[in-house]
Design a protein around this ligand. Structure first.
Ligand code: 5GP
Ligand code: ZN
Length: 150
């Protein structure tokens, strides 16, 4: 995917940040993405990495383009940790309303974490029967296989 193919949605908040209509505290920028401070951070130093191509969620990104954007994540994570003296960090992408996505222009969160920062993590986990595991693995494998013929 070349920069000429990038799509913009005039009603999208992050597209407006990308084109400078809405101000933000940008910490990194290249041909494919920008990174800026989240306006309501989980912890100070919380950064959003936003591809320059408008897309609803990560399913709409060509894999090669997603990989290109993700290339900057290790450098940004190191910078966030160094700047905040964090003890660790979470990298997450929320996809869909039910998963907590509020801005429907997909993006990566880099969230610095501190000992006893009272952020509610980890999520609760569920048990699996062997049968359920086998069935689920099969369904996902079949779905992957079907993408090859789509
Ligand atoms: P999501 O919930 O979609 O995964 O993440 C959206 C993030 O964008 C939230 O963490 C929210 O605080 C942040 N956000 C929403 N509006 C703005 C804004 O106008 N400027 C900046 N810098 N961040 C925003
Ligand atoms: Zn957008």
């Amino acid at each position: 995917m070349n920069p000429e193919q990038y799509h913009t949605d005039p009603n999208c908040l992050f597209c407006k940040i990308l084109n400078g209509t809405i101000p933000s505290k940008i910490v990194y920028s290249d041909d494919h993405c920008i990174a800026f401070l989240d306006i309501r951070p989980v912890n100070h130093g919380h950064v959003l990495v936003v591809p320059r191509h408008h897309h609803k969620d990560i399913r709409e990104l060509p894999g090669e383009f997603a990989a290109l954007v993700a290339t900057v994540i290790p450098n940004l994570a190191r910078a966030v940790v160094q700047a905040t003296c964090a003890d660790g960090f979470n990298i997450i992408i929320n996809n869909g309303l039910v998963a907590g996505q509020t801005i429907f222009h997909g993006h990566w969160h880099i969230i610095p974490r501190f000992l006893n920062d009272s952020v509610d993590w980890p999520w609760p986990h569920k048990a699996y029967s062997d049968e359920d595991k086998d069935q689920m693995a099969l369904l996902i494998e079949q779905a992957l296989e079907s993408q090859k013929t789509d």
